[in-house]
Design a protein around this ligand. Structure first.
Ligand code: HEM
Length: 130
């Protein structure tokens, strides 16, 4: 449940930032996007990430997976997913300060990052190829 909620927010936030990049600074639309992004991060994205880490580490500990190759690669990819989370929060903060310089196209492009990470992570954890 934590992973599904975290990924749903990680797929949605860059899309919001993409539309926000097209909105005029100070406009009602821009102010509305600020609220939507803030609530998504505060109510869903960050709590879900914390729960994914807590339950994932507990799972790994309980079954001593932390010595297996697939898990070490998965762990690095989940760290990358968490770094992407952090970047999204910092981009949202620049919008809050009306200081965003990134384009709609940029946010649409980086929207693919969590998808790619998810595909590799799920294949690794289900097939455990090494
Ligand atoms: C946040 C850190 C995470 C840790 C420490 C972690 C660790 C683990 C561990 C130890 C298992 C049990 C594997 C088994 O019993 O076979 C597991 C299952 C799973 N993890 Fe994670 N995980 C994390 C995040 C994620 C993320 C971000 C995703 C998706 C993108 C994910 C997808 C899955 C899936 C799909 C399973 C079920 C595999 C199965 O039942 O065959 N995990 N995880």
């Amino acid at each position: 449940m934590a992973v599904i909620s975290w990924l749903a927010a990680l797929f949605y936030l860059p899309r919001l930032l993409a539309y926000h990049a097209n909105a005029t600074v100070g406009s009602e639309t821009s102010e509305t996007f600020k609220i939507m992004e803030h609530r998504l991060i505060r109510i869903i994205m960050t709590p879900a990430m914390v729960m994914a880490w807590l339950t994932g580490v507990l799972l790994a500990w309980g079954q001593s997976f932390y010595l297996e190759g697939w898990f070490l690669v998965k762990f690095v990819l989940v760290l990358a997913m968490s770094a992407f989370h952090g970047l999204c929060v910092s981009w949202h903060k620049t919008f809050e300060q009306d200081a965003n310089t990134k384009t709609n196209a940029f946010f649409r492009m980086i929207n693919e990052v969590p998808t790619l990470l998810m595909v590799i992570i799920v294949i690794l954890v289900v097939l455990k190829p090494f």
